[in-house]
Each structure stands twice: as C-alpha cells, then as structure tokens.
Ligand binder design. Structure first.
Ligand code: ATP
Length: 234
C-alpha cells in the first residue's frame, strides 16, 4: 500500500535519512523504533509531504506521492497524527474535530463520524465545548487521534502517541490505536517504547542514525540479539 524506496532527507547540511526503504501493506500495523534523533519523525513528515526529499520515491497504492503537497496526500487518504499535543490549543474539542474534516463536503457524514467518535471516546463528548489547551495530556492525545480519524483516512501515521503519558493512559491510547487497525485502517506508528511497539505490531523497522538497520515481524524483532541489547535492556 505504502512504499518508501531509498529515501534521503536532509536538513541543510545534516542528512537525517539515508537510503531508507520501508513498506506497509494494507491492513497492517507497522512500527518504527529507534533512539532519539534516529529519523523516525522525519520519516513520517516525509510521507505526509511536510519535508522535501533529497532522493528516493514514495508511492501509495502504486501512485507516486513524493512531491505532492500535504493537502493532496491527506486527500488521498493518509492522515498524520503528530507528536505530542499538537491539537489547536485555542479551539474547542468540537472545533478541533471539525478541522480534521476540513477537506470533506458531506456535513451529514462528518456529523455521523463525530457521533461515532464520541460513542467510542465519551470523555471527548463530555468536553465538547472545552478549549483543547486545557485538556489533560491523555485527553489531548485522544483528541489528536480523533481529529486524524475525522478525515476518514485509509492510513494513519502516528508519531509517539504515548509521549509524556502515564502508563495507564498509554495503555488506553494503544487500545484505541489497535481498535482503529481492527476496523480496517492501516497504521504506521513511531514509538520510543520498543517493547510496546514490538508487542502490538505486525512488523517493525529499527532506525539508527537515519538508516534502517533491522526489520521483521514483532516476534522476530523481540528475539533479535541487537534489538534486545540496545532497546529492551538485554
Ligand atoms: P525523536 O524521538 O527525538 O523525535 P526521531 O527519531 O524522530 O527522534 P528526527 O526528529 O527525525 O528523529 O531527527 C532526525 C535527525 O534530524 C536528528 O539528528 C535531528 O537532530 C535532525 N533534525 C530534525 N529536525 C531538524 C531540523 N528542523 N533542523 C535540523 N535538523 C533537524
């Protein structure tokens, strides 16, 4: 479904990704793991059209998307749920959700989707008129996820959905993401917690200093000596 071939991405003189190739099949949950600065966020930003490529190509359903704008990529069905609390802090919960649907014309369907989200995440319904910046960290993360669902994407890119959250809230967030996948949306997720990321994925890629150094099923990665030593505490 999504294919990254030999991507190179630079920030000025800094090469953040070098020759990165990654594939995600329809219906899969694939994770990107690696230390701080390995290039995980850069990979997601390159996919969603926020960064230009210095080399390589990205295709989605066989169609080249590298070079397209973020808006065009969203319209094709790839939503980006960014790192941390990137909700619109001065807008209400409802307005944030409406922003997620800004490309859609069918307002009845948009309302229906909002209802479905509120059914699944009743906490957001209770806070529908609350200013997003005053929500707790976990609620803001839920809102960010809900906002990305509002475009009815076929694939969602999640950037560190557990960042800064307490373990019990993290568990809820991961359950929401697994639900999203179960309902048929393909997921590519960046996650620093390697154990959780390998536990819940179909397949995973390990990035180190801008290169893919290992990949495999969650099980294969959990059993890999290098992965165990460097990322799972031996
Ligand atoms: P983190 O978990 O810390 O976000 P990451 O694996 O997502 O790490 P990236 O944020 O993709 O890593 O960063 C990859 C490399 O690119 C790092 O060396 C980083 O310092 C560099 N980098 C990222 N953004 C910029 C920028 N705007 N300008 C210059 N260098 C950048």
């Amino acid at each position: 479904m999504l294919k990254l071939e030999s991507l190179t991405v630079c920030y000025g003189a800094v090469t953040a990704l070098r020759d990165v190739s990654i594939e995600v099949e329809e219906g899969e949950l694939v994770t990107l793991i690696g230390a701080n600065g390995a290039g995980k966020t850069t990979t997601l930003k390159a996919i969603s059209g926020m960064l230009p490529l210095a080399g390589g190509t990205i295709t989605f359903d066989g169609r080249k998307i590298s070079g397209a704008t973020p808006r065009q990529i969203l319209a094709l069905g790839i939503a980006h749920c960014p790192e941390g609390r990137r909700v619109f802090p001065h807008l209400t919960v409802r307005e944030n959700l409406e922003m997620g649907a800004f490309l859609r014309r069918d307002q009845t369907a948009v309302k229906g989707d909002m209802e479905r989200i509120f059914f699944k995440l009743p906490r957001l319904r209770e806070r529908i008129a609350q200013i997003a910046g005053t929500l707790s960290g976990g609620e803001q993360q839920m809102l960010a996820i809900a906002r990305s669902l509002m475009s009815r994407p076929r694939m969602i890119l999640f950037d560190e959905p557990s960042l800064g959250l307490a373990p019990n809230i993290t568990e809820i967030i991961f359950e929401i993401i697994e639900d999203i996948r179960r309902e048929g949306t393909t997921v590519l997720m960046v996650e620093q917690n390697a154990l959780a990321a390998l536990d819940m994925c179909d397949r995973s890629y390990l990035l180190e200093t801008g290169r893919v150094v290992q990949f495999g099923t969650g099980e294969q990665m959990l059993g890999d000596a290098h992965v165990r030593r460097a990322y799972l505490g031996g």
